[in-house]
Design a protein around this ligand. Sequence first.
Ligand code: SF4
Length: 322
Amino acid sequence: MSKDNHIEPEQLFKLWGNHRYFPISQFYKNQFNEKVYKVSVSIAETCPNRQENSRMPLCIFCDEWGSAAYHLERDKSLQQQIIINREKISKRYRAKKFLVYFQSYTNTFDRVSELEQRFDIALNEDAIVGIVLGTRPDCLPSRILPLLKKTHETHYVMVELGLQSFFDHHLTFLQRGHDVARGYEAIKKLHEQTGVDIGIHLIFGLPDETDKEIIETAHILNKLPISNVKLHNLHVLKNTPLAELYKKGQFQACELEDYIKKVTLFLQHLSPDIAVQRLTAVASRWDELIAPQWTKDKMRPTQMIEDHLKESGIYQGQLVCD
Ligand code: SF4
């Protein structure tokens, strides 16, 4: 759908599977004509910030597993991880098609030949219809782009960029080790040289974050050649630099009510053409979570955001100007 074509909100909600925002599940359904689920694997073992002798500090929020969903399986082969996780998802959702999601650490940090082998293994597995690759904006060397382009010619490929913020002062606080300019550069390279779908990870709940910044973030995204966005609230995990700040009283986690307001504001200004992967972070390792406790809950925060959108008559793209 194009934002140039006027469409009534009720029609939009129907197209979005009765949601008030464009969920990624519907985006995949539009692409593949049926439900498609991500099978997360944990293969990459490091990133620029964590590599031996790195002078860069760790990202302030990152635990030792580098954002892996299934860190306990990381000693298993790629094929085993795909089989195990595909089976779980298949049983839970009766799913038939899957994307292999290379999630943890920085997946474009290894040699291209290794990445190519991993793609081959993944794409040769039953019912796998594509690849989703998580990486950082400053880890897309030119040598990797032809592989992404070639793979995209035969299969679905999405690159998820951990950009986290479109404001340099927030990236500095997060200790990302890259600036916003690297983010724009990565999006341009991916779009022009590979044609893959691009997803952007964002963090809300940053210190001194303003409504103006949230609105501006949506406006920036609306002009970029990206297909989706994934939202996280900044949360404190044990053994992270953020945990130290939290202990000293130098960081306060965003309360759920405030976070709901931020997401709502963002969605109102986000183009209805951009799919939303996730509305909040979920802390899957409860023993590691320090704050906020609501991040433990998988369903409730998302449901509360959905309820708030409905009760307030708010929906994605509501305040987007042509
Ligand atoms: S968030 Fe990613 S880039 Fe940052 S330290 Fe963790 S694994 Fe490395």
